[in-house]
Ligand binder design. Sequence first.
Ligand SMILES: C[S@@+](CC[C@H](N)C(=O)[O-])C[C@H]1O[C@@H](n2cnc3c(N)ncnc32)[C@H](O)[C@@H]1O
Length: 342
Amino acid sequence: MTRAASPAQSVPASPAKAGLHALTRPTAVLQELRAFTWNGRTTAKAITSVGLSKRPIVVETLVNEFWTSKQRAASSLHEVSYRACFKPQLPRFFIERFTAPGDIVYDPFMGRGTTVVEAALLGRTPAGCDINLLSAMLAAPRLSPPTLEAVVARLEEIDLSMACSIPGELRVFYHEETLREICALREYLMARERRDSLDAVDRWIRMVAVNRLTGHSPGFFSVYSMPPNQAVSVDAQAKINANRKQVPPRRNVRALIAAKTKSLLSDVDSTARAALLRSSQRAQLMTGLSHNTPRLARGSVSLIVTSPPFLDVVNLFRLRYPKDSSSKSSSDSSCRASPPKP
Ligand SMILES: C[S@@+](CC[C@H](N)C(=O)[O-])C[C@H]1O[C@@H](n2cnc3c(N)ncnc32)[C@H](O)[C@@H]1O
């Protein structure tokens, strides 16, 4: 942990706020972290050099397993898969120590929204940014979750048997009937979006459906495959099917969305709902490059908790959800800072 670099940064909010949080609390927290012991291991002190310029910023770095210290169970609301997400206990550890209710907690590389959801559950004001448009699509609905009853009722209303064209090559992932249901749901959501009538229940259903597209277990729409943001190509899936001697089984899209909704909402009691309601009204979730976020007022952020992309490891510009046969890239999903080679 460091006060000036990832995974957590402490940024004084304003002179008015600085009195408590930037001066007194961080000092107390630093003392706590320096004296911290986990599993017999004392906190190690190191120096981290941050920045790509010739004059990097050098910061004191404290290393230990802080956020696992009490192994507090995380809210079920976090249980959507996303590549390289971190445990909710990590942002919670720092949010509780460095901020007060109402403070803005920011994640410039928001991913599935672990920091923003945790910040909202703790009554802080969540702010997040991510270049991947799926990030806000996954995070925002969980800041104002509908009830299970409302989701089930809406699912019943949607006509999943409506005739629509299906991309036949995706039959390596899905049973034909399941694929028809997915396409019907997509048509419904796109029509609602065109009419500007997507509501919180639709957005929730879209979030769950995106997350159920592909995966390892019968809880996903697909036959055994890779999870959504590591989804493989049609050709690669055909090889997986041959190796595993599998054919896509029939899955019930409506039932799977309802079951996942039930599990996501299992910890969302009235206290959590009240905290989410208050926080979500002030939330700022942005889609774009995080180096320029004019919507965030200068000096307004009390704490940043983030995990940056792995530079030059995976390619941000080649997203697959899942990839169709018209895109032949073999590179990986999610996050690389440099543009793809032509
Ligand atoms: C390691 S993941 C963050 C995961 C997140 N901590 C969570 O728990 O879900 C890094 C994220 O950075 C995003 N990203 C990469 N480059 C970006 C950029 N220049 N601006 C904004 N987001 C970026 C990627 O889309 C990816 O979602």
